[in-house]
Design a protein around this ligand. Structure first.
Ligand SMILES: [Cu+2]
Length: 355
């Protein structure tokens, strides 16, 4: 697929004008599709969270073609610019982070966590010497039900001390602050709780650098009765410091700068969404999540059955987090970004596409 697509082609890919109703046939949205970058509108591998049983699934090929609809020029800026994802990256690249794993309800579960070091291309023009849990940054999302016992075999395959420290409530014996030397291993036993969204991260010195290089991830704890059905997504904000200057040169949701600016997260309009949002940013004392054109209910740390408040921007100190619930009632594009614009403009702009 090369060149711009026609409106007829766009509508055909969208499955016909009825999909968006009169808004597409006559409105600005169709015009936006015509002007979209071919790689996005044509290949259409943008992630879409699935619908049921409390967790998302990647969309099928036909549904993926719905992912056109970027405003003209969005993929090349004005928001991303040099803070765009690597050219080779496809829309499904971050599904392993964006889509949380399904709920787990075992008495005891065995997990493997390793630390590795490797170069990681985090934008079109930035590569970092990353330190990663199981080879990704953020590390794998771990999900458990309150009371479930996680027995985690931890191995350090690097030349530096590392470890694995969980937030939440657990035995101090397994708190994970003690360094595990190069080549070493240990076992952590973490009883999941309280129900909420918690981070895990490395706690070896210098801690800021260990986290800034990629050693963090999300720990979702479900209440014993589960949570109401919703399209679920995970969004971890973090910075990158490629030249190791002690401050962030660029930022990313889920590891890759500008990813959701180029590949919007597609969500069916009118259906409930639950976002597990974690701020793993080092060096900047505060960041936030701001949603355009809609408000969300906020469960600080994801704890509690009743939302604490409703807002369209929520502030996060370092390693602060929340569960956010909302519904995008009207089809269209909803921007999200930290309202610290020096962060947002350096790789942390993103979109939801309500389809
Ligand atoms: Cu470390």
């Amino acid at each position: 697929m090369t060149g711009k697509i026609t409106r007829r082609q766009a509508l055909k890919r969208l499955g016909g004008a009825t999909l968006f109703g009169a808004g597409v046939a006559g409105g600005a949205f169709a015009g936006q599709i015509i002007g979209a970058e071919p790689a996005v509108a044509g290949e259409g591998e943008t992630y879409a969270p699935g619908g049921h049983s409390g967790h998302g699934v990647p969309a099928g090929p036909a549904e993926r073609r719905l992912s056109g609809g970027l405003p003209a020029g969005a993929a090349a800026g004005p928001y991303s610019g040099e803070f765009s994802p690597p050219e080779w990256m496809k829309g499904a690249e971050l599904d392993h982070v964006t889509v949380p794993p399904p709920p787990s309800r075992q008495a005891v579960r065995e997990l493997e966590m390793t630390v590795v070091e490797a170069p990681l291309q985090v934008s079109r023009s930035h590569t970092v010497d990353a330190w990663m849990y199981n080879g990704t940054a953020p590390g794998p999302t771990i999900r458990a039900t309150e009371g479930e016992l996680l027995r985690i075999r931890f191995r350090n395959f690097t030349g530096h001390d590392h470890n694995l420290h969980f937030h939440g409530r657990h035995s101090p014996f397994y708190d994970g602050w003690e360094p595990v030397p190069p080549g070493g291993e240990t076992v952590y036993e973490i009883e999941a709780g309280p129900a909420g969204v918690h981070p895990y991260h490395c706690h070896s010195m210098p801690i800021d650098q260990h986290i800034a290089r990629g050693l963090y991830g999300v720990f979702i704890v479900d209440p014993p009765g589960g949570r109401p059905e919703a399209h679920e997504i995970v969004l971890v904000l973090a910075g990158w410091d490629p030249e190791e200057r002690g401050y962030n040169q660029l930022y990313a949701w889920n590891g890759i700068a500008g990813f959701y600016d180029k590949f919007p997260i597609r969500i069916p309009a009118g259906e409930p969404v639950r976002a597990y949002v974690v701020n793993a940013t080092e060096y900047d004392p505060v960041a936030s999540f701001h949603l355009h054109a809609e408000t969300f209910k906020v469960y600080p740390a994801g704890i509690g059955e009743v939302p604490a408040f409703e807002h369209d921007v929520v502030q996060f100190g370092q390693m602060d987090r929340a569960i956010l619930e909302f519904t995008l009632s009207e089809r269209g594009r909803y921007m999200f970004h930290p309202h610290q614009h020096s962060i947002a403009m350096r790789g942390a702009m993103g979109w939801f596409a309500a389809i």
